[in-house]
Ligand binder design. Sequence first.
Ligand code: LLP
Length: 436
Amino acid sequence: HGTAKTNRLGHLEIGGVDTVQLAEKYGTPLYVYDVALIRERAKAFKRTFEKAGITAQVAYASKAFSTVAMVQLAAEEELSLDVVSGGELYTALAAGFPTEKIHFHGNNKSYEELVMAIEHNIGCVVVDNFHELDMLMDICKEKNTVIKVLLRVTPGIEAHTHDYILTGQEDSKFGFDLQNGQADEAMRKSIEAKQIDVLGLHCHIGSQIFETTGFILAAQKIFEKLHQWKKEMSFESTVLNLGGGFGIRYTNEDDPIPAAQYVEEIIAEVKKQASQYSMKMPEIWIEPGRSLVGDAGTTLYRIGSRKDVPNVRQYVAVDGGMSDNIRPALYQAKYEAILANRAMDKPEETVSIAGKCCESGDMLIWDLPLPKSGDQDILAVFCTGAYGYSMANNYNRLPRPAVVFLEESKDTLVVRRETYEDMVKLDLPLKEKVKS
Ligand code: LLP
C-alpha cells in the first residue's frame, strides 16, 4: 500500500527509496515513514468534510507520533493538533505550529501545563474534570483572560476494542459522566464562569474501532443532552468533537471501513440529530492519530540470532523489540512483515520474531511465514507508524532508533538515533569516574 513496492533489485522500496540502502545508511532498527501516504490520509479526511459542506477541524492526535517534523507536516496539511501534555505542547511550539489550532487534552493536566497553554493562547482546552475546571478559572482570573473549552463527556458506550484502549464506557478515568449529573453540573458551572467560553462537547469512545455504531450512539446520547441543555440553560453547542479511534488494517484479520466512510456516517447522524431537535448544525471536529500515521510507518530491523526448539518453534531474533514497539507485549497486537532485501522471495518456513530485550514476552510476531532468513537479512515490519516511536523506551538501555521521512525519492532524517552517551546523559555520578 502507499508508495511501497519491490524495486529491480528485489528490495522493498518506500517513497522511491530503497529500504535496504536506508538500513545501511542509518543503521537499524529504523523507523521510516511514507510521507505521501500521511498527506493522502489527511487530505481524505478533510475532503470528506469539504464535500459535505461541513465546517470541521481534523486534529492530528499527536500522541500517536509526536516529533517536530511530524508536527510541521501536520501544519503543512492544515490539520489542527491534539496535544496531551506539556511535552507534546512544547513539541508543537518548537515546530512553530499555529497555536490557535492546538487542542489540549488529558485527565490530569497540571497547573503549570494549563498556565503554559493559556500563555500561548492555544485554541481550546478539552476540560476533563472539576479539578481542572477550577484551576482554569483561577488562572484566567489571575491573568484577566478567557479560555475556550470543550467539555469532555463520557457517554457510557462500550466500543469493541482492547480493554486498555477503551475510553467511552461509564467506568472510565476520563471525562464528565453524561448520565449521572456530572456533565450537567460541569456545563452549568462553565456557563456561569466569565473566564470560560464553552465551544461545545468532546467525546472519544476508544481506539482501533472498525465500525461506526459507537460514534453514532455517542452522537445520539450527546444530542439528547444538548437538547436538554438548550431548554434548561439556553446553551447551544458550536462544536461537537467526536474524538479519534478510526481503525486501520495491521494484518488480514483487520477489516476497517475506509476513513471517509466513518466521517460520512458521522456527518449524516449529526445532521439528522441537529434537525430532529431543531438545533443549529455544530462544527464537527475529529482527532485521528493512528489512521493518519499508522500504516505510513515501517520498522526496519536486522536479523541476528536464531534458536530452534525442535518440533515446536523457530525463533528469529532482531536488533530491536519491545523497546521500539511495545504494542505486541502490551496489547497482543499483530503485525505483518517481509524480508526487505528479498521482497519477492516466497515464504519457505514459519518463524517467530523475537526482540532482543531480556524478557520472554518480548516477541514481535508469532508464526510469521518468511523465506529462509539469516544473519544480516533486513526485516520490514509494517504499520508501525502510530504508537511505535511514541511509546518507545530505553529498556535494557537500548538507544531509541532514528526516524527517517521518505518522499519523492528523498530520505530526510527527522529524529537522530540515540547514542550510548544519551543513555547516561541524565545520570549524575555518586563519585568520580574510576575508569573509562
Ligand atoms: N483523542 C483522544 C481523546 C484519545 O484518547 C486518543 C487516543 C485519540 C484521540 C487518538 O486515537 P487514534 O485515532 O490514534 O486511535 N497506545 C494505544 C492507543 C491508545 C490511544 C489513546 N488515545 C495503541 O498503541 O494502540
